[in-house]
Design a protein around this ligand. Structure first.
Ligand code: ASP
Length: 429
């Protein structure tokens, strides 16, 4: 097959052209044209992915659970999955802390730039911090568990922010099917299985549009960050470049060392093949900044390309999109310490341990949507006594970092899914 017919190449071309178009548009004052005529294609692409995410989780998880011979297996796989997800997030946080403490990017921001950033983003920071703290205050200690159980199925399915509720309903349905007489369950099972094939087909159809969707999303992101002035982006990057490098370096180390080691030692997969096959997932994650919207692509790739059984992927991946956010955690660790450094506050070892603890818990509660990580950062900052208004310092470059941390988040989900599948002998490699 000619190289340009391959999906990942087409998406890369879409992405590059989107960046080129976005820069040209920002430089030539075409941001209105871009938002009127280009951005809608990106929105349609994201909407299609979100549209398919909930039905996909339901049908694949119900068939996954209903095909289990015993429930012990479900709890074994569940326990293993959650333990590995937590462990990788802790490693990501430690890498983030190590990088930011060694590089000390906060020491490089000149005081006048700090004041300027604080003034520019003060309002936005205040509204983000206010909302995050208000919700945090209302939450009791068991609220995270309460949140998993929806009171109404349609509102759970209608709210793309809380995939965990949908996962809960699907597992509940699947368990129920194991408990009714086999003849009745069989009818339902066949319907769900047929629906599952249908939904996977629809994901393939949506992916035909991916290159155009990614083009539009990139063009839109660049023009909306830059407005009609590219100089603004350059100025921001100059001030916060060192901080961005610290985050990116941390993400690269985590993907290059932690994930690589896990794949090499714990799965039969070939690293190069893995990297090539998951590229479309990473590109969609990068351009949508949402692991939730990327989930249909993640699941299709796991089953069709990596050979992970449906039983594993349908359980591990939706769970991962919701609770496993290594990239987000790493970013939060770097950002929290960076803000403290810029404000001239030192964070001792105990404070940094608090960051690890709070960030692991926060990553579970973080919605898989754009900018969710910065809202949770507010809670982390509060826990170590750094003023949450400090997020004003980093808001300007948040979108770019969000795109990158989302790539790490989905790569982590796929890595863990491969490891769990390999440990259960459910990967065809
Ligand atoms: N955008 C990220 C995700 O969906 C979450 C975040 O870090 O803001 O994975």
């Amino acid at each position: 097959m000619a190289w340009y017919r391959k999906l990942h190449w087409q998406i890369i071309i879409g992405l590059v052209l989107g960046v080129v178009f976005g820069i040209t548009a920002a430089a030539s004052g075409w941001s209105k044209f871009t938002s009127d005529w280009i951005s809608p294609f990106g929105i349609i692409f994201i909407n299609l992915l979100k549209l398919i995410a909930v039905p996909l989780i339901i049908v694949s998880l119900v068939t996954g659970v209903a095909s289990l011979s015993d429930l012990k297996k479900l709890s074994r796989i569940g326990g293993k999955t959650i333990a590995i997800y937590m462990a990788t997030t802790v490693i990501a946080l430690i890498i983030g802390l190590a990088v930011v403490n060694i590089m000390r990017p906060g020491d490089t921001v000149p005081p006048e730039m700090r004041e300027q950033l604080e003034a520019t983003y003060a309002e936005e920071a205040e509204s983000q911090a206010g909302a995050a703290l208000a919700t945090a205050e209302e939450r009791g200690p068991l609220q995270a568990i309460v949140d998993i159980v929806p009171e109404n199925f349609l509102s759970a399915a209608g709210n793309n922010r809380n995939m965990l509720q949908v996962v809960f309903v699907a597992i509940f349905l699947g368990i129920g099917m194991l408990m009714i007489p086999a003849a009745q369950a069989k009818i339902l099972y066949d319907v769900f299985e047929a629906a599952n094939d249908l939904v996977i087909k629809l994901v393939e159809v949506i992916m035909i549009m991916a290159p155009i969707g990614v083009f539009a999303l990139m063009a839109d992101t660049i023009t909306s960050i830059a407005g009609n002035s590219l100089a603004q982006i350059a100025e921001l990057l100059a001030a916060l470049g060192y901080y961005c490098i610290a985050v990116l370096l941390g993400l690269a180390i985590h993907m290059g060392l932690t994930y690589t080691a896990m794949l090499k030692f714990l799965t039969p997969l070939n690293l190069k093949d893995f990297a090539r096959k998951i590229m479309p997932v990473q590109l969609v994650a990068f351009s949508t900044s949402s692991s939730g919207a990327t989930l249909p692509v993640t699941m299709e790739t796991a089953e069709k390309e990596l050979g992970i059984s449906e039983e594993i992927s349908s359980f591990v991946l939706p769970l991962g999109a919701t609770i496993n956010m290594d990239g987000t955690g790493l970013y939060q660790a770097v950002a929290a310490v960076f803000i403290a450094q810029t404000l001239g506050m030192g964070l001792d070892l105990a404070a940094q341990m608090t960051i690890v603890f709070t960030a692991v818990l926060a990553s579970i509660g973080t919605a898989a949507v754009p900018s969710a990580g910065i809202v949770m950062l507010v809670i982390i900052l509060e826990s170590v006594g750094v003023p949450s208004a400090g997020i004003a310092l980093i808001l300007g470059v948040d979108r770019i970092l969000d795109m990158c941390r989302t790539v790490t988040n989905v790569t982590g989900d796929l890595t863990v899914a491969s490891v769990v599948a390999a440990s259960e002998n459910q990967i065809a490699a």
